[in-house]
Design a binder for this molecule. Structure first.
Ligand code: RAM
Length: 904
């Protein structure tokens, strides 16, 4: 394939976006030549020039801001880049479209005739006590709704955009054809504040004359069972839709058709459809003629009009959920308890089934689970509290029929099908659902276990980047801020996450409380808020150290990886408010042990600076705290009790440090100075209160030292000694890690940076639990929530098998094992320094940087090292090998080194 000299054209990080905010978008492209200057032009749909940058003497290829005439809403643009290199000119062009002006939304909300969904209010305590009683699915669930409206279209249509959203999740069709390949639109948002509107190009689907716009809408995140407690109707208990069709004609005229009183609704083939519980579909009632013009049935009822309300509407930003892969059956077993299918991989998705010659009315039941038990028998690792994960299909009785659920998904590797008789494995496919992000990295080595570990991370990322970043795709599917905060670095290596995470941050900010608290999860419903008020213990937590700090950590990570300061700008004031909340809490509260003591004025002053009170998750799930005989829910309390007082101030300091850096980048130098000063003061107070003479911390856990080192809390003079304490703790556990959620991302670096490189390698290669390779050796295909989710005999526990948090180690694999490290924001500078003593003969990795592909491939053979690197134009890379350092030219380079010679 010929090399394209100018390629990967993006606007606001997206290729050809359709719903762009028309305010000063930024353009980026990639080049295969040294660029001396560029020229950008933007033309509107009529070919009129909206902006001509003129020739700009600059090598810049990323995030160049639009400076033309104000862009229109709901308009199409063509943009062209001319990139000059010497006497050569390279050009490329692309398109983008802007979102309609949602403040001028004129369509009514329409509500299908429906019974409101059954409200179940389960509490955190119900969950702790082993699950609330739930009745059978068909008693508590209701059908999805169909809505149809006929449209009369004039001839000479030249442009057609459908904009739509729902209370619920929807699929739309025009004349029987789906308007897009999106799944579960409009996605999950903090609906009270934000509801995403999708835009679809539907020109090719409409014809002049009568057309039918059809929708199916189901409970989804809006009204269905979601979250840890599986409570229903957390945002509303009724389904509704609103949409506008914007038409442009050849003569230049335009027309807007909206959802209105001419729409009719009915139930269709779905008995019920719930995001968590599953779907029940009666194919005998499937009749696609409702999607076509001319359909009339007396049982269809007019919709109810609810008026216009655009207050929460926002243009959808980012990549929608799609069917991103399909997996064939890896093995099949016809057993007495049903046909057992193994897809060989834990995923989030659903089953597509082809059925042949089934009797009309035959009921097929499809159950899902992530693991079998040690004997290979059916085992539900997540059960109770509306987590059935079971679909039902009632056959139409045709010679051949095919079904895939529409409005649900499951976390699974194994499926048990009942009611089917013989099943040909060719007839079953696992459909993988995920937000459709670009793959942006790869990693491979000469060791299959490490490769599997990396693949496990990628799969957990795929399964949990589903509309929002979630903890797990079966039990909670909640946007836990701590989980994504620790995983963001790894995530950004594997996929283009900028827009996906920026959109989630919009939700997080929308959910910020008036007092500045950033919630532990987002989207956060009224039910979440209410149950925190009513719960004891951990259930009462609203904001927490290391979780809430995601509001600062995530933007900073994104800035580091993508070099885009806008994410800092967007989140800066939310960070400031969170910092003020922490300061106020520090002032108000003392840790439990000090409450009754009479503190001298100096200590009191120090304590008043440190955010070290209140309930937190602390270094959540620290392994040694879970080893006692207590029931799990009590044991889970231990890490928070032991570690919160130290962990919370460390994150307070870290967030102050980040705020100072954010302020610096954003040009708020007075703030930057204030925040560094405050960080210094809190740091000194913390060290005076908690750091012992010999660099000890009051809690002898690996995580405390890993955090103190990783978050740069300690003075330089104490770092090495603290590193020794950490190393001693690691050795005392037999070279096994004993870190929780918050500290795990820092453990290997903390050891490495304080001179314990061999120990870091041993922890990485460790095979006894807790360790990463233990899971790999025990058949994991995703990252587990608990290090010992499967015991040495193969018996699984009732925990999530698909939790990406501990997959944060993937960042280490890219940075240290392969050696790709970003050194300046947006990979403008990179260091390539593989760990040649990591125990491998070969490792390779690539990253899609904002400038293009950066890659390394190193091989060791009999002491001879060869390193091949690929560096894109615009990125400055240095290769560091034992005893030498080289600045790399753009393109491919090969370096050879005789390591025996270097060692002498
Ligand atoms: C669990 C979630 C998540 C974690 C919280 C504290 O229930 O699965 O991973 O962030 O608790």
């Amino acid at each position: 394939m010929a090399k394209r000299s100018c390629h990967t054209l993006r606007v606001e990080h997206l290729e050809r976006p359709l719903m762009l905010d028309p305010i000063s978008p930024r353009f980026s492209w990639m080049v295969e030549h040294p660029q001396d200057s560029y020229r950008l032009t933007v033309r509107d749909g009529n070919g009129t020039l909206a902006w001509d940058s003129g020739i700009v003497d600059s090598g810049q290829t990323t995030l160049i801001e639009y400076r033309g005439v104000p862009l229109e809403h709901d308009a199409d643009y063509l943009w062209t880049v001319h990139s000059f290199s010497g006497t050569a000119e390279h050009t490329a062009e692309s398109h983008f479209a802007t979102a309609p002006d949602l403040s001028a939304w004129e369509a009514e909300w329409i509500e299908p005739a429906q019974e409101p969904t059954h409200r179940e209010q389960h509490s955190f305590m119900d969950w702790i006590m082993g699950g609330a009683e739930t009745s059978p699915a068909d008693q508590r669930l209701r059908p999805a709704q169909l809505v149809r409206q006929e449209l009369h279209i004039r001839p000479s249509l030249a442009r057609a955009r459908l904009f739509a959203t729902a209370h619920g999740v929807y699929t739309a069709w025009i004349n029987g054809q789906p308007v897009s390949d999106e799944v579960l639109a409009p996605g999950f948002d903090s609906y009270r504040h934000r509801l995403s509107v999708q835009g679809y190009d539907v020109l090719g689907m409409l014809r002049s004359g009568t057309n039918t716009l059809g929708f199916a809408v189901a409970d989804g995140w809006w009204a269905g069972r979601i979250g840890l407690t599986g409570t229903s109707a957390q945002f509303g208990d009724r389904l509704a839709l609103t949409w506008q069709l914007h038409l442009g004609f050849a003569d230049g005229s335009t027309q807007v058709i909206t959802s209105d009183s001419s729409a009719f609704s009915s139930t269709g083939p779905w008995n019920y459809s719930d995001l968590f519980i599953g779907e029940s579909y009666d194919a005998r009632r499937a009749d696609e003629s409702w999607m076509l013009p001319g359909f009339e049935r007396p049982e269809w009822t007019p919709v109810r009009l609810l008026g216009v309300d655009a207050s929460a509407l926002v243009p959808f930003r980012g990549e929608p959920v799609r069917r991103v892969a399909q997996l064939p059956v890896a093995s099949i077993d016809h057993r007495a308890d049903g046909v057992l299918l193994d897809f060989g991989q834990v995923i989030a998705g659903r089953l597509r089934l082809k059925l042949r010659g089934q009797q009309r009315g035959q009921r097929i039941t499809i159950e899902h689970t992530e693991t079998l038990d040690a004997q290979g028998e059916w085992f539900q690792n997540i059960a109770g509290m509306n987590k059935e994960q079971t679909d039902h299909y009632i056959c139409a009785g045709e010679a051949e029929e095919e079904w895939e659920p529409e409005f649900t998904f499951h976390g699974f590797r194994y499926v048990r099908v009942n009611g089917i008789g013989q099943l040909d494995p060719q007839d079953a496919t696992a459909v993988v659902l995920s937000s459709d992000l670009e793959q942006a990295g790869g990693f491979r080595t000469s060791d299959e276990r490490l490769n599997r570990l990396h693949q496990n991370v990628v799969w957990s990322q795929r399964a949990n980047f589903l509309s929002i970043p979630t903890d797990c795709p079966q039990r909670e599917r909640a946007g836990w801020s701590g989980d994504i905060q620790v995983f963001a670095g790894a995530a950004a290596n594997n996929a283009g996450v900028y827009t996906f995470l920026s959109r989630w941050l919009e939700n997080l900010r929308a959910d910020q409380l008036p007092d500045g608290r950033i919630p532990i999860l987002s989207p956060r419903s009224e039910h979440d808020a209410q149950s925190a008020l009513e719960s004891p213990g951990l259930g009462a937590i609203v904001a927490a150290a290391g979780w809430s700090d995601a509001v600062a950590i995530l933007p900073w990570k994104l800035y580091e990886r993508y070099g885009d300061p806008r994410v800092l700008e967007e989140n800066y004031s939310a960070v400031r408010r969170w910092i003020e909340y922490q300061a106020a809490e520090a002032e108000r509260g003392l840790p439990r042990g000090l409450e009754d003591l009479k503190l001298g004025p100096e200590r009191l002053a120090r304590q008043r600076l440190i955010y070290n009170s209140g309930p937190h998750f602390g270094d959540w799930l620290t392994p040694s705290t879970l080893e006692g005989d207590e029931p799990l829910h009590e044991a889970m309390d231990l890490a928070p009790k032991l570690t919160s007082e130290i962990v919370a101030p460390m994150f307070q300091i870290h967030t102050l440090d980040l705020a100072a850096r954010m302020a610096e980048v954003l040009g708020h130098s007075a703030h930057a100075a204030q925040y560094s000063q405050r960080a210094g003061e809190v740091r000194s107070a913390f060290l005076a209160e908690y750091l012992g003479e010999d660099a000890t911390l009051p809690v002898a856990l690996q995580g405390m030292y890993a955090l103190a080192l990783g978050l740069d809390i300690l003075p330089e003079s104490k770092r090495l000694r603290a590193g020794e304490h950490l190393a001693a703790l690691v050795r005392a556990r037999g070279q096994r890690l004993d870190t929780g959620f918050l500290s795990t991302p820092f453990l290997l670096d903390a050891l490495w940076d304080t001179g314990h490189q061999d120990l870091a390698r041993e922890v990485l290669w460790q095979q006894q639990a807790p360790s990463w390779l233990y899971a790999v050796d025990h058949g994991a295909t995703t990252i587990w929530e608990a290090w010992d989710a499967v015991d040495p005999s193969g018996q699984p526990r009732q925990v999530s098998m698909n939790h990406y948090a501990f997959g944060c180690v993937d960042d280490w694999l890219y940075r240290k094992v392969a050696g790709l490290t970003p050194m300046a924001p947006g990979w403008r500078e990179a260091r390539i320094e593989p760990d040649l003593s990591c125990g491998l003969d070969h490792a390779e990795a690539w990253i899609q940087s904002p400038f293009g592909r950066l890659a390394v491939n190193w091989k060791l053979e009999h002491g001879h090292l060869s390193v091949t690197t690929v560096v894109p134009f615009g990125l400055n890379a240095v290769l560091k090998l034992p005893g030498q350092q080289a600045t790399l030219a753009p393109g491919t380079s090969v370096h050879h080194l005789d390591l025996f010679a270097t060692a002498q």
